[in-house]
Design a protein. Structure first.
Length: 222
């Protein structure tokens, strides 16, 4: 078996507890053993995301952590992204990226939101990026919670997002049909549910939608 397809071995001499703490106490099966935690690079992120393995991994201080995502999460992220994209395109505000598209790096880390909005003002020459990993930071980062995501993992994500210049973070729990809205790393979050309206404010002017309407896709039947 290709060692690159192995996950972190519980019998390894590495301090598993220290590694897991650094990445937000995620389940150990999401932490890759090869390259050795602490030594992974941007090139490893690109390789794992290629056709060879098709594994989306974030890079956290040299540690590769596979994104937690089953089928419902990317489907819902795409649904949210499409709603945002309709406004973004109509007003020519920038573009919306999905998790299997653009990623970016900051402070030795690569984060991959489930969806993200980038305004034209953040793009060099107001043009689409060409590099697989860019130094761009989105205006809005969207995460859709999976069963293996942890509160600590999301806390660390928010620190990285806002530290890189993100203006707004939405964390969806599609099972509970709730959204956590953060506008800074230190400020109090806003928790929305039911008929509350999700409003992007000045980040995406013109986007506002009742959660009941946004989550209605979960009730669709063929």
């Amino acid at each position: 078996m290709n060692p690159a397809l192995l996950n972190l071995d519980l019998d390894s001499d590495l301090s598993l507890a220290a590694v897991l703490k650094k990445v937000g106490n995620v389940p150990p099966e999401r932490v890759l053993m090869y390259p050795t935690p602490g030594t992974a690079t941007e090139e490893d992120v690109i390789w794992f995301g290629s056709r060879a393995t098709k594994r989306l991994c974030e890079l956290i201080d040299g540690i590769l952590v596979e994104k937690a995502m089953g089928l419902p999460e990317p489907m819902f992220a795409f649904h949210v992204g499409s709603k945002i994209n309709a406004v973004v395109v109509s007003k020519n505000l920038g573009f919306v990226a999905s998790a299997d598209g653009l990623v970016w790096i900051m402070s030795g880390r690569i984060r991959i939101p489930d969806a993200a909005f980038f305004s034209w003002e953040r793009l060099p020459n107001r043009a689409w990026p060409t590099e697989p990993i860019s130094g761009l930071s989105p205006n809005l980062a969207i995460e859709v919670r999976s069963p293996s995501n942890t509160d600590e993992e999301f806390r660390l994500k928010r620190l990285d997002y806002f530290g890189s210049g993100v203006e707004l973070v939405w964390e969806f729990d599609h099972r509970k049909r709730t959204v956590r809205v953060d506008r800074s790393a230190e400020g109090e979050p806003q928790h929305l549910q039911g008929n509350d309206v999700l409003d992007a404010g000045s980040v995406i002017p013109g986007f506002a939608m009742p959660l009941s309407e946004l989550f209605a896709v979960l009730d669709r039947r063929g």
